[in-house]
Design a protein around this ligand. Structure first.
Ligand code: DAH
Length: 339
């Protein structure tokens, strides 16, 4: 019996030693210590040995049992430790590796130019309003003193949806919409997208952005127009900027003008940037035509106003010294990253 016990114990210990995982250990536990396990069986066979030998033999079996139990526990701990170490090794993080760079974008040059324009005009008490891109020809032309059949309609040839509905060719219809609301006085700018059937080149696109401006009140004169727009130019291009107003023609303003700013590169001397002129044209403007005021429900004998229209891309091109408008639309990251 003793011999058998020794053999079984050794066998159990050697099986434990070669166990690879917890499942293997469980099997050994069942095989030796379970209900029908070999060591348990020996305990049960105690009744077959002489009574005087029983206590000593019982002690031996119990010792063997403890030994096997301990060995299983130790092996289980070792397996756990080994598994944990393996996991750590697999999940090791090299904190010295360079981190992935977080790419934070920034505003598109046109958006930045618009933000700047809005900042300047809201600073002067102007409100920012929006109008529809799909517009009635009546607002795009008729109410702006461009009657049907007028050649000015051809100059702004655009995309018609029906006879009466078109993609607006300018932001000026928002002037008419704002005046019609009847809330006076008016100081507003209206940025937005406009459309013309132009082919794409360095200075043209079938879709571009304008910012319209309108001020209507009692006693508004040309000096208000000049003062406001000169202030705007100084804010945008620097305090030394000078402005000049050249006579022009727009149907919805009388008198009308185009405003030039002194070249902020050469300060008026003439350079490649201003094509030797010393001046750069930046917007159209004028005193709101009495017909427009009257057609939009404002009494032109009581109220006057001035208006202006700026091409947003043109401002962005000038401000960021970009020489081809197409670059603004291509969304080439190598280009956009530079601003
Ligand atoms: N709408 C004109 C254009 O697209 C620009 C313009 C000129 C707007 C004079 C105005 C203005 O409000 O007074 O060419």
């Amino acid at each position: 019996m003793n011999e058998q016990l020794k053999k079984i114990t050794e066998e159990a210990l050697s099986r434990i030693a070669s166990c690879e995982d917890q499942a293997g250990l469980n099997e050994v536990r069942v095989a030796y210590l379970g209900k029908k396990g070999e060591i348990t069986q020996l305990m049960k066979s105690m009744k077959d040995i002489p009574a005087e030998e029983r206590p000593a033999f019982g002690q031996l079996v119990n010792d063997a049992r403890s030994k096997v139990e301990e060995a299983i526990e130790e092996a289980a701990l070792a397996i756990k430790r080994r598994d944990r170490e393996k996991k750590f090794r697999e999940e090791e993080i090299d904190v010295t590796l360079p981190a992935k760079k977080l790419r934070i974008g920034h505003g598109h040059p046109c958006q930045r130019a618009l933000d700047e324009l809005e900042r300047i005009f809201t600073g002067m008490g102007y409100e920012v309003v929006e109008g529809p891109e799909i517009e009635y020809q009546e607002y795009n032309f008729t109410k702006l003193n461009i009657p049907e059949g007028h050649p000015a309609r051809d100059e702004q040839d655009t995309f018609y949806i029906t006879d009466q509905i078109l993609l607006r060719s300018q932001t000026s219809p928002v002037q008419a919409r704002t005046m019609e609301k009847g809330k006076l006085p008016i100081r507003m700018i209206s940025p937005g997208r406009v459309f013309r059937s132009d082919s794409i080149d360095a200075t043209h696109s079938p879709s571009f952005y304008q910012v319209e401006g309108l001020a209507v009140d009692k006693y508004i004169t040309m000096t208000d127009l000049k003062g406001t727009l000169t202030e705007f130019a100084k804010e945008l291009f620097g305090p030394d900027t000078k402005t000049r107003f050249r006579p022009h023609h727009f149907n919805f303003t009388e008198p009308s003008a185009e405003m030039d700013v002194s070249c902020f590169k050469c300060h008026g001397k003439g350079c490649r940037f201003c094509k030797g002129e010393g001046w750069i044209e930046i917007l159209g403007c004028g005193m709101v035509h009495p017909n427009v005021l009257d057609m939009c429900g404002i009494d032109s004998r009581e109220y006057t106003g001035f208006a202006f229209g700026v091409g947003l891309e043109r401002i962005a091109l000038l401000k960021y010294e970009i020489d081809d408008m197409r670059l603004l639309y291509e969304n080439d990251q190598r280009f956009l990253d530079q601003f």
